[in-house]
Design a protein. Structure first.
Ligand code: HEA
Ligand code: HEA
Ligand code: CUA
Ligand SMILES: [Cu+2]
Lengths: 238, 634, 200
């Protein structure tokens, strides 16, 4: 039975790891989250397999056969050693997983030396993105789409004008609520060119499912060009 | 005619409700006129007052308070003649009855009615989600669907159905003739249909049903159309009902156990309900308060959750989850109790590690109060709170693991009777471990930051609530069906129900893990094309799950009406409820039994749990209930 | 309770339940109920904590004045009602029906005084719940407590009626004791509310 369990666990882990669970990894943070998830899978599959093997084996081996209708099992009331073992092993496993999760959390929330800032504002039912003058040049720039240069750490300051929203780009793996009255934030470093959906992940009313925009990750030079175009437009407007 | 209208009952209840509603006008109009508010007739205000006064009027009319009314005003009370005990025809289920067995059945049947309602809403939801784009309902209508779906299934199905099953079997199990406060018990029951009908009625009001999810986060919920109030107030009734029942269970368990039934001889179902009731009494006031605060914000323009006026938005979530996390254990611990009964009886072995089973329940109760903020990892709360919450959340897996492993050890070397209750118990083990493990993944903050508010959560919810709680409920209903109705159910249909549910449940909710991780958010009526294939698959499987419920329904109804008569103890169980006839006699026992041993001594030659002794007659202990219960001696 | 044990000729009776604990069921029920009441207050205090401590809003809000002094009288009134309640309880334990009636009436009177003073305070306090979050929580907590005083008064008036009909005696006085516990709870709760809202 142990052999069957080991083989099934190995197969289970292999299958679990071969599935492509996540969307494309679009930030340096994403890879760390994905690795953590893989570790969790490796830890979980054997637990599940163990439970299943015991259940199925019992069903196969100990099920009532004709003639046994009035038979009882042996009166086993417990076994201290066994109970200690199955308290201690999960506890140790969980301590390990929590520590690793903590390290990952520290990593993905690490504050870099240089970063740009984008102010994100949610309202029913659209996001707007403001690049403060410190990064954008003469004037703050506001855009309805999110543009980011690849490879540069960004800090999002997230606010809301009405109810709670949630700023999420699945490819970046990080989300945070936009809460009226306070400013929340998170950091990511985009690591891949492309356009990704910006999703509102917190129920915010009847337009919640339509509160979608796009994030574009571009080469730093293209980003600068976009910024200048926006600056020009902004000064023309005034 | 007037005599009939004056007598307690549904007629008088409806009149009472109408009077209560009239009272709402009578209160609101003068008050608004006196304050010079415009318009004097304000639908909102009348609705709020009416939502409280009409149900109270109904309960008064129904006769739920008659006795106390007489008692407290010092009028002569009718001596309790026990004519309210037992149900002689189906009509007796529609009046105030103080018999715990009648109330247990009232509870259970009502809750299953709400399962069908909540499940049908899920069917509508899956129809809408079968394809991207909008087909049947508006976006707001969809928000209403899942909000009512979840609220009804949580507050009017899972929580009360456990209370109902326990109402029926728990007094029998501990050798008590009834609950400690039978009249309070009846009132608890009658608040349920009120809460449920209120939530359903919200679909009829202008602006549609409440649509802020079962979590009703402020400040969204404080500026919604009137339908939101039906949640805000409905929850008060459901909450009051469950607090009253929990109090009743605690007092019953503490003060009414049979002689010899020490705490360490109580069946685990009793332990489970003891723990659950502690959770209910301590935690439920928090959701009541959270909805009071919302009501004040919405109706009287208080500013508890209004950031612009100095209110704190996140405090709503803290208060809500301080109830609602313990609530998930309120929805699981009684199930653990049911499974312990079934696995022990059906494996013909004592439960493994009885004391640890009880201690782990208590450990979960205590830990359950320390983890609420794991629902708020992305809420923007102070970030340091996340770490202790992650650790406590993970620790809960340890006592839960103890239970799972003890059940496995109970199976080991037993004689497994694989009939319907046992199949559901084993199905529960499998499904709950998946749901629990995905819970532990959610506890890991970086993973939760990505998957929070996605279909991964929806998958977790249903693996623990459907694969966990609902499977235990099915198991329990099949297991006690002979006791409750005196009839046997159809075993073949039961197995069919199990396999259909088990397979299509997994096909429905399994893929949700995947699409959630891939980035599909929850609570959306529309989604991007890339999830279309899986959603269609999920919807089709969900319809089969729905259809399988019809098999269950048919089996229950037809077996109740015409199934073969059940023996007193068809499962050869030791616990006390099986030592009396099926269905039990009106007063449960002629004399209260004496408990002489543990509840699960299967395989111990000649062991008994309780004996019935006629007063004054001293006999050596014999197995109670007659031949069928005789523990097999080979 | 008293009535429930009265024998009735024709109908069968359930067996006498075993009493497995020395605690009286009614008493235990009331204690558990009080636990859940404490938790309701706990939830309101959580809101208070978030507004005053976590948000760090100024307390009281600018332009809002909390009448600590006048309300001290109120506090004294309510606290003395606990004493009269205690008097009523001990009297009936000793079979003194006059003491019971006098005690319960004065408790009732003091309770009504408290509520009247409270309403008077609301009228003159000079700010409304919808002025600010601080105002909301002020009215929220005192109002919640006021509602409990109301419930307590209803219970007490029932006790009064029964006391005057001579329903209680030295042997049978649970009907005084249990509402009495509730009344003491309401008083203790007021001390906490008073301290947190008015004094701190
Ligand atoms: C019956 C109901 C129920 C139960 C029992 C649980 C049990 C658990 N839940 Fe779940 N949960 C819900 C119902 C439930 N949950 C609901 C309804 C929501 C969503 C609310 C909403 O937003 O609408 C939710 C959401 C939810 C979240 C928030 C997600 C989010 O919104 O971002 C989290 C995060 O930590 C979580 C964790 C857990 C954990 C760790 C357990 C643990 O108790 C599980 C413990 C069990 C096991 C682990 C399995 C058995 C153990 C072993 C075999 C031992 C060995 C195992 C290991 C070492 C891993 N749950
Ligand atoms: C005990 C609790 C419970 C149960 C049993 C269920 C049962 C089901 N749930 Fe539910 N669900 C929740 C609790 C529960 N759910 C909660 C708490 C949420 C979160 C809500 C929120 O976000 O606020 C949720 C959310 C939720 C969602 C996500 C909504 C969203 O976020 O957009 C979905 C989507 O598929 C879903 C589907 C289903 C399905 C298909 C079933 C099925 O298993 C139902 C099967 C039962 C029946 C169908 C009833 C019997 C059949 C009939 C009456 C006949 C009619 C049948 C046919 C037409 C075939 N549920
Ligand atoms: Cu904004 Cu959902
Ligand atoms: Cu939780």
């Amino acid at each position: 039975m142990i052999v069957i369990g080991l083989i099934a666990s190995a197969i289970g882990i292999a299958v679990a790891l071969s599935i492509d669970w996540f969307p494309i990894a679009g930030s340096t943070q994403a890879k760390k989250v994905d690795t953590l998830f893989d570790v969790l899978l490796i830890a979980s599959v054997p637990i599940f397999v163990f439970v299943e093997v015991v259940v199925l084996f019992s069903v196969w081996k100990f099920r009532m056969r004709p003639g046994d209708e009035l038979k009882d099992g042996p009166p086993i009331h417990g076994n201290t050693l066994l109970e200690v073992v199955w308290t201690a092993i999960p506890a140790m496993l969980l301590v390990g997983l929590c520590s690793y999760a903590y390290v990952t959390l520290r990593n993905i929330e690490h504050k870099p030396k240089h970063e740009m800032v984008v102010n994100v504002t949610g309202q029913q039912f659209a996001w707007s993105f403001t690049y403060p003058a410190a990064n954008a040049g003469a004037k703050p720039i506001t855009s309805t789409q999110l543009y980011l240069p690849k490879g540069k750490s960004v800090k999002f300051n997230v606010r809301s004008k009405d109810v709670i929203h949630d700023f999420w780009v699945p490819e970046f793996r990080i989300k945070i609520d936009a809460v009226p009255g306070i400013t929340t934030h998170y950091r990511i470093t985009p690591s891949r060119f492309g356009s990704y959906p910006v999703v509102c992940a917190e129920l915010c009313g009847l337009g919640h499912s339509t509160m979608r925009q796009t994030a574009h990750v571009m080469a730093p030079a293209d980003f600068q060009a976009w910024m200048q175009r926006k600056q020009a437009q902004a000064s023309k407007a005034t | 005619m007037t005599a009939r209208l004056r007598a307690p009952g549904l007629h008088r209840g409806l009149i009472g409700a109408a009077l209560g509603f009239a009272l709402a006008y009578a209160i609101v109009l003068p008050v608004r006129a006196a304050q010079g508010l415009h318009p004097v007739l304000d639908g909102d205000a009348v609705t709020i007052v009416g939502l409280l006064s009409a149900p109270l009027g109904f309960l008064f009319g129904l006769g739920a308070f008659d006795y106390w009314f007489y008692y407290l005003t010092g009028r002569p009370t009718r001596p309790e003649d026990h004519s309210g005990h037992g149900a002689r025809s189906w009509k007796d289920y529609f009046r105030v009855n103080t018999d715990h067995k009648v109330i247990g059945i009232q509870y259970t049947v009502t809750s299953f009615f709400f399962l069908l309602v909540g499940g049908s809403l899920a069917m509508l939801m899956r129809a809408e989600l079968a394809q991207p784009g909008m087909q049947f309902v508006s976006t707001d209508g969809f928000n209403g669907l899942f909000s009512v779906h979840a609220s009804i299934l949580i507050f009017l199905f899972v929580i009360p159905v456990f209370a109902g099953l326990a109402n029926f079997v728990l007094p029998l199990m501990i050798g008590a003739p009834d609950m400690a406060f039978p009249r309070l018990n009846a009132v608890s029951y009658w608040m349920l249909p009120i809460a449920g009908l209120m939530m359903m009625a919200s679909f009829l009001v202008p602006g549609g049903s409440f649509s802020t999810g079962w979590t009703a986060y402020a400040p969204l919920s404080t500026d919604q159309p009137i339908g939101q109030l039906f949640f805000t107030v409905g929850v008060q009734f459901a909450g009051a009902s469950s607090v009253a029942t929990a109090l009743n269970f605690l007092v019953t368990i503490i003060t009414m156990r049979a002689p010899g039934m020490s705490f360490w001889r109580m069946p685990l179902l009793v332990w489970a309900n003891f723990s659950t009731s502690l959770l209910v009494v301590i935690a439920t006031p928090f959701i009541a308060a959270s909805q009071f605060l919302v009501l004040l914000d919405r109706a009287l323009h208080f500013h508890f959750f209004d950031a612009a006026q100095g209110g704190d938005v996140l405090s709503y979530q803290h208060i809500f989850w301080f109830y609602s996390h313990p609530a998930v254990y309120i929805m699981m611990l009684p199930g653990f109790g049911i499974i312990s009964e079934i696995i022990s009886v059906k494996s013909r072995k004592p439960i493994f590690g009885y004391r640890m089973m009880a201690f782990s329940l208590l450990a979960i109760v205590v830990l359950g109060f320390t983890v609420w903020a794991h629902h708020m990892f992305v809420s923007g709360m102070q970030s340091w709170i996340r770490i202790p919450m992650m650790i406590t959340t993970a620790i809960i897996a340890v006592p839960t693991g103890i239970k799972v492993f003890s059940w496995l050890a109970t199976l080991w070397r037993g004689v497994l009777h694989l009939d319907t209750p046992m199949l559901f118990a084993l199905g529960f083990l499998t499904m709950f471990v998946i749901g629990g493990i995905s819970g532990v993944m959610l506890a890991m903050i970086p993973v939760d930051i990505h998957v929070s508010d996605t279909y991964f959560i929806v998958a977790h919810i249903h693996y623990v609530l459907f694969g966990g709680s609902l499977f235990t409920i099915f198991a329990g209903v099949y297991y006690w069906f002979p006791k409750m109705t005196g009839r046997m159910f159809d075993e073949r249909l039961g197995k069919l129900h199990f396999w259909l549910t088990f397979i299509f449940f997994n096909l429905t909710f399994g893929p949700m893990h995947y699409i959630g991780l891939r980035g599909m958010p929850r609570r959306v009526a529309d989604y991007s094309q890339q999830y279309a294939g899986w959603n269609l698959f999920i919807s089709l499987s969900a319809f089969v799950v729905g259809a399988s419920t019809l098999v269950f329904l048919y089996n229950m109804v037809s077996s109740w009406r015409g199934g073969p008569r059940a023996e007193a103890n068809p499962w050869r169980a030791l616990t006390l409820e099986w030592q009396v006839s099926s269905p039990p006699p009106i007063f449960n026992f002629d004399t209260v039994p004496t408990v002489v041993g543990g509840p699960y001594e299967y395989g111990v030659p000649g062991a008994v749990h309780g004996v019935f002794r006629k007063p004054g007659e001293v006999r050596p202990p014999t197995p109670a209930g007659g031949g069928a219960t005789q523990v097999a001696r080979e | 309770m008293e009535a429930a044990s009265a024998a009735h000729a024709h109908v069968e009776h359930p067996p006498e339940a075993n009493r497995s604990s020395r605690v009286e069921p009614q008493l235990l029920g009331m204690l558990l109920f009080i636990i859940s009441e404490v938790m309701i207050f706990g939830a309101f205090f959580t809101a208070y904590f978030f507004i005053r401590v976590v948000q760090g809003d100024p307390w009281p809000a600018p332009g809002m004045e909390i009448p600590t002094g006048p309300v001290a009288i109120n506090t004294a009134v309510l606290l003395s009602s606990s004493l009269t309640m205690h008097w009523a309880q001990t009297s009936i334990k000793n079979g003194n029906r006059f003491g019971l009636r006098a005690g319960i009436l004065s408790t009732l009177f003091l309770g009504i005084c408290f509520l009247t003073l409270q309403v008077n305070e609301y009228v003159h306090v000079g700010f409304a719940p919808h002025d600010s979050a601080q105002g909301s929580i002020f009215y929220g907590l005192t109002g919640l407590h006021g509602a409990h005083v109301c419930i307590g008064l209803i219970l007490l008036s029932m006790v009064t009626i029964r006391a005057f009909r001579g329903h209680f005696s030295a042997e049978s006085h649970r009907g005084v004791e249990v509402p009495g516990i509730y009344w003491h709870f309401v008083d203790v709760m007021w001390i906490i509310v008073y301290t947190t809202i008015y004094i701190l």
